[in-house]
Design a protein around this ligand. Structure first.
Ligand code: NAP
Length: 501
């Protein structure tokens, strides 16, 4: 027991305190936090959103073909099932419309300050002092960092990038003013974004060149529409949607989410077989097939799911370029073999900087400690939620969470239910500051790192899951363990500073 706890247990309990909450980001997690805080009657809530629209990842990613590879009836708030999904897997625009619809229904926008980009959050005198480039904002008692994971585009440094005479943009910054039809398009990157773009664009453009640095295993996907009759049944009998959720969730969890945390599981073997059969059966030309064949185990990188990638890349107007990129020139991309691939548009589907979280906001915790220093080696947080020395600051979809294998909406819901219990400690006056203890965080990290070594993500591939040590920066256990951990905080793993006076 820490000194803080000893003092705390002797301290008086009071009635509920009205608190002021700052939520950073109006994406999935921020919308959720606002709804749940209000529902709990927790106090005054403000969401600070740097953009002029909510939706987070689904607002920012609007590239052709964008869709979610988590089944539609799983990728929704549990308290707002949606009978109107058009397909078993939803297109991005439908998810954005759904989020906006939920926000409208709960009048979330009332509390959102759009165009408000925080630059600094400092813990001083028992509160969070927030600032934008324009000046200080009202201080908050509690900060919820709902800033997302895949947020800051990774723009590679390829020589000559500024010389390109055509249009060049990142997949998460799609320029819809640039015409595509009948033009020559280059796509760099074969992650989920690049693969979806290729699947959607090849039919429309004169020539599509996909620059592949690393081949990907692709899981086939069947994505039939829901009929009007299906939707009517979902509307009239919401319990059918609940059953679908249960069923899909169970299958998803058993066959995928749990499989990736146990590289020797029979489900993992099935994933290997299915992706291999997809490649063998879908790609006719043996030479192309070999160039598309990865040299690592399926699901080591995030598994790609696609209904149409192999068909698209075999079209006569598509070319898979495996020769490394030498530089970018005004006319296109020059590869190491000396060939110039002439292009009108170049898309960087090159992923994201995944170690940022709420940064570049300057976050300063107790005693002036800077988050940049705290995370100098790499980002970490106890249970991915709380950082020692940063009291009353809670992260949703923070570092080392279950990003690799589940619906991030469900993850955020479980995390927020947990966070509400920590907030309750402050609201009831049981304490005025709460943050994970360093000892609990170190123990969690040590156990997590050991477990991560047994996952499929560490079987020899380059991927955004891996940290600077090559260890997967994700939740390495089954989802049941995540649910159990999120059910109730172990308060002995927290440092609680009592109210004074
Ligand atoms: P990503 O998976 O990180 O893929 C980036 C791609 O760019 C990789 O193929 C990488 O090659 C390549 N690349 C990076 N720098 C390069 C360079 N300098 N030269 C050549 N190639 C380079 O990014 P993403 O496709 O945007 O996907 C990120 C994550 O977003 C996904 O893993 C997924 O979690 C999420 N996402 C989900 C969906 C969905 O359906 N739910 C859709 C899109 C995205 P290497 O492989 O060689 O590093």
């Amino acid at each position: 027991m820490t000194t803080h706890e000893q003092t705390h247990t002797a301290g008086p309990r009071r009635g509920r305190q009205p608190l002021r909450y700052a939520v950073i980001g109006a994406g999935v997690s921020g919308i959720l936090a606002a709804i749940k805080l209000r529902e709990a009657g927790a106090g005054e809530v403000t969401i600070y959103e740097k953009a002029d629209r909510l939706g987070g990842t689904w607002r920012e990613n609007t590239y052709p073909g964008i869709a979610c590879d988590v089944p539609s009836h799983m990728y929704r708030f549990s308290f707002e099932p949606n009978p109107d999904w058009s397909h078993h897997y939803s297109p991005g625009s439908e998810i954005q419309a759904y989020l906006e619809g939920v926000a409208r229904k709960y009048d979330v926008e009332r509390d959102v300050r759009f165009g408000c980009e925080l630059t600094r959050c400092e813990w001083r005198d028992g509160r969070w002092h927030l600032q934008t480039a324009q000046g200080p904002l009202e201080p908050a008692d509690v900060v919820i960092a709902a800033t997302g994971v895949l947020h800051h585009p990774n723009v590679p440094e390829i020589p000559g990038m500024d010389d390109f005479a055509g249009a060049l943009f990142h997949s998460a910054r799609w320029d819809h003013d640039v015409p595509l039809d009948d033009r020559r398009i280059g796509v760099i990157g074969t992650g989920s974004s690049g693969v979806q773009i290729v699947g959607a664009l090849t039919d429309r453009v004169r020539k599509l060149s996909l620059f592949q640095r690393t081949a990907q295993w692709i899981m086939p996907q069947d994505n039939p529409p829901f009929s009007e009759e299906d939707k009517r049944r979902f509307r009239e009998h919401p319990e059918i949607m609940a059953q679908m959720f249960e069923q899909t969730s169970r299958l998803f969890e058993e066959n995928f989410a749990n499989a990736v945390t146990d590289r020797d599981s029979p489900q993992m073997k099935l994933i290997i077989e299915l992706t291999r059969a997809n490649l063998e059966n879908s790609v006719a030309d043996p030479e192309l097939r070999e160039r598309l064949r990865p040299d690592y185990q399926a699901a080591c990188k995030r598994l790609i799911v696609s209904p149409n990638f192999y068909q698209a890349i075999q079209r006569p107007n598509a070319e898979l370029v495996t020769e490394p990129i030498e530089r970018i020139e005004p006319g296109g991309v020059r590869t190491r073999d000396g060939r110039l691939h002439e292009l009108d548009v170049l898309v960087l589907a090159t992923g994201f900087r995944v170690d940022r979280f709420m940064r570049p906001i300057e976050v300063i915790g107790r005693g002036g400690i800077r988050l940049d220093d705290k995370w100098a080696a790499r980002p970490s947080a106890y249970l991915s939620i709380s950082i020692p020395g940063f009291p009353n600051l809670f992260l949703l979809n923070g570092p080392n969470g279950p990003v690799g294998n589940f619906s991030l909406i469900e993850v955020a819901e479980a995390q927020f239910a947990y966070v509400l219990q920590l907030i309750e400690e402050i609201r009831t006056g049981a304490c005025r500051e709460i943050s994970a203890s360093q000892a609990a965080t170190d123990a969690f990290e040590a156990e997590r790192t050991e477990a991560a070594k047994r996952t499929i993500w560490m079987t020899g591939c380059r991927s955004w899951y891996l940290d600077d040590r090559g260890i997967p920066a994700v939740w390495p256990w089954k989802f049941t363990r995540f649910r159990e951990e999120m059910a109730a905080p172990k308060l002995e793993h927290y440092e609680r500073v009592p109210r004074t006076g």
